[in-house]
Design a protein around this ligand. Structure first.
Ligand code: KG4
Ligand code: ZN
Length: 344
């Protein structure tokens, strides 16, 4: 049955190894249905293989969208607009998503918006909570670390960024050596619950005064520890200790940057809210650590539930709605942008 108050948006995400689609009702801030296909074929390679990702998206996206539209009980006429991730990400996957979305947009006669994957991560907490602009966003994924002020749905000011390995990449590479399947972040979190965070001496990453991030030194230190201990001889207890220590060091590194941000910032200039987002924000331990850190500055930290942190179609659909609300004209006249910074 058609309900005129609903504002339904479709989101399509294919920037990395997850093929994801979703339908949301932006009025109710509810997810009508979301579907995701996680490509497992990369696991034996220990990282995403672009060619396999491209093939996987072309194979699964049509069926996934079909399943979504059939199972969501939504009249296609009710869909108000479509969002598709146009970058940053792997060119092949982005191309599949964008070409497919343009076809759907023509077939259904619905407006289309090109979505920046990083902006979508930073905005999705507004789908999950009542969160007003401006706010601070700490975005950590498999390929990015960003310290951003989100002024509006279209204005992002980059305060700091990753200089080398991202936090997720560090977890994935260490996890690979521990024999965990890719991506390893979630498995590291589980193992860490049984470990002692102070047992393996690891360096706190990049303790300088900037707001930039660097996790490659931490990754190397963890890999060196594995080499010294002997990869094959590692007991589960030792692995758990390393995971707990790695998580702790990542948390400490992020906390240091938060402290840098607030240092010399008068109370009246403190942001009202902050968000922790991107795949790494699915980590409950890091979420707790950062919540405590922000509470010292009387700033509330919002972290979306895990399924909104890792790549998903909801964040792309929500970002299309945000653009629509902000009066940004839809367009077919765009191409993919494998490199596309979040803002200035
Ligand atoms: O945002 P995302 O899904 O994809 C990218 O845009 O990269 O982030 C993926 C990253 C991977 O590195 C993965 O290991 C990490 O997020 N991740 C986690 C957890 N779940 C996923 N890291 C820590 N703890 C988790 N529970
Ligand atoms: Zn992502």
């Amino acid at each position: 049955m058609s309900n005129t108050k609903r504002q339904i948006f479709l989101g399509i995400e294919t920037s990395c190894d997850d093929t994801a689609v979703a339908l949301i009702d932006a009025t109710e801030k509810s997810v009508l249905k979301h579907c995701i296909h996680q490509q497992v074929e990369h696991q034996s390679f220990g990282g995403v293989v672009p060619d396999l990702a491209f093939k996987g998206h072309s194979k699964h996206l049509p069926n996934l969208l079909n399943t979504l539209l059939r199972s969501a009980c939504v009249d296609k006429d009710e869909i108000k607009g479509i969002g598709v991730t146009a970058g940053p990400g792997l060119a092949g996957g982005l191309l599949v998503g964008v070409m497919f979305a343009k076809g759907v947009s023509i077939a259904l006669k619905k407006p289309l918006w090109a979505i920046n994957h990083l902006q979508a991560h930073a905005l999705v907490p507004r789908l999950c909570d009542d969160l007003e602009f401006p706010y601070l966003a700490l975005l950590f994924s498999g390929g990015h670390c960003e310290f951003v002020v989100v002024y509006s749905a279209t204005e992002f000011y980059l305060l700091g960024y990753g200089l080398d390995d991202a936090a997720g990449e560090c977890l994935d590479k260490v996890g690979r050596r521990l024999g965990f399947s890719f991506p390893a972040g979630a498995a590291i979190e589980v193992a860490a619950k049984m470990g002692d965070p102070l047992s393996v001496p690891l360096p706190i990453p990049m303790r300088d005064k900037s707001l930039n991030f660097s996790f490659s030194g931490l990754k190397s230190a963890a890999l060196r520890w594995i080499n010294i201990e002997g990869e094959k001889k590692l007991s589960f207890e030792k692995k758990a200790n390393l995971c707990a220590s790695l998580q702790y060091a990542i948390g400490q590194g992020i906390q240091k940057k938060v402290e840098n941000f607030f240092e010399n910032l008068p109370q009246e200039s403190h942001p009202r809210a902050a968000v922790f987002c991107g795949g790494v924000a699915a980590n409950q331990y890091l979420k707790n650590m950062l919540e405590e850190c922000f509470s010292q500055y009387n700033v509330r930290l919002f972290t979306p539930p895990p399924k909104f942190c890792t790549d998903n179609g909801m964040m792309v659909a929500w970002n299309a709605y945000e653009k629509y609300q902000a009066g940004i004209a839809p367009s077919m006249n765009f191409s993919i942008r494998a490199r596309w910074p979040i803002g200035v």
